[in-house]
Design a protein around this ligand. Sequence first.
Ligand SMILES: NC(=O)c1ccc[n+]([C@@H]2O[C@H](COP(=O)([O-])OP(=O)(O)OC[C@H]3O[C@@H](n4cnc5c(N)ncnc54)[C@H](OP(=O)(O)O)[C@@H]3O)[C@@H](O)[C@H]2O)c1
Length: 257
Amino acid sequence: MQKHGLDGKVVLIGGGAKNLGGLLARDLTRHGAAAVAIHYNSDATREAAEQTLVEVKALGGEGAIFQADLTRAANVTQLFDDVVDRFGKLDIAINTTGMVLKKPMLEIGEDEYDAMFNINAKCAFFFLKEAGRVLEDHGKIVTLVTSLLGAYTPFYSTYAGAKAPVEHFTRAASKEFGERGISVTAVGPGPMDTPFFYGQEAEDAVAFHKSAAALSGFSKTGLTDIEDIVPLIRHLVTDGWWMTGQTLLSNGGYTTK
Ligand SMILES: NC(=O)c1ccc[n+]([C@@H]2O[C@H](COP(=O)([O-])OP(=O)(O)OC[C@H]3O[C@@H](n4cnc5c(N)ncnc54)[C@H](OP(=O)(O)O)[C@@H]3O)[C@@H](O)[C@H]2O)c1
């Protein structure tokens, strides 16, 4: 088995049923991953998880679906244990889970603050911790953050604010797990053409975002297309292993840092 190739590798995708995570599941299978563990959370997403599993199998891969609310540390531990029980090992762990809120600070309540930090920061921390516990040597970990980490903007205080700690979790994890050859990175896409984005944005804001990147005129939607993020993540979990401890913004020139 190649050290950095996908051949023979077992991949867990947190939020692997649909949108970016679903495309990653299919893409990594197409490029040779042996098995993909497809995680989902909501009942409403179960059908998408089942459909992604069908597609993974049609592409010749093995797969299984796992339900878990990852805002509880015990559930994250259970998920990683279940995946290793099912496939015998884990080589690559990608966390695409997240929740967005676009709202003025003066209107944000404690419950919203807690929900945002539980999924975007706490879940990411324990996902990294459990990956560090169970991943094979030379494993790879990627967490999804946001290009808003490079922006100076109102209304995304809890979203960008709760993704920001992941940059430091990534640095620490890459140092701590590096002695086993494990690479750890964070990827921050620009606004992506998925329901996740449209759910929080008014029409004028969508129009702004569609023209805000240097390369907007050349993408399919004007936004960041998930098809343009997947190859970067595929690279990071294979031949791009030398890139570790970094947060990479991939957004067609929307924000920089
Ligand atoms: N779309 C954008 O504009 C954009 C831009 C930059 C970065 N991102 C980031 O990219 C990632 C993927 O986004 P996407 O556009 O592909 O949207 P998405 O499919 O809606 O991804 C969000 C995922 O988070 C999962 N999730 C939510 N609450 C959870 C919980 N309590 N426990 C476990 N999982 C939970 C959702 O699962 P269920 O649906 O099953 O609950 C879903 O799979 C996210 O981390 C997001 O922050 C998105």
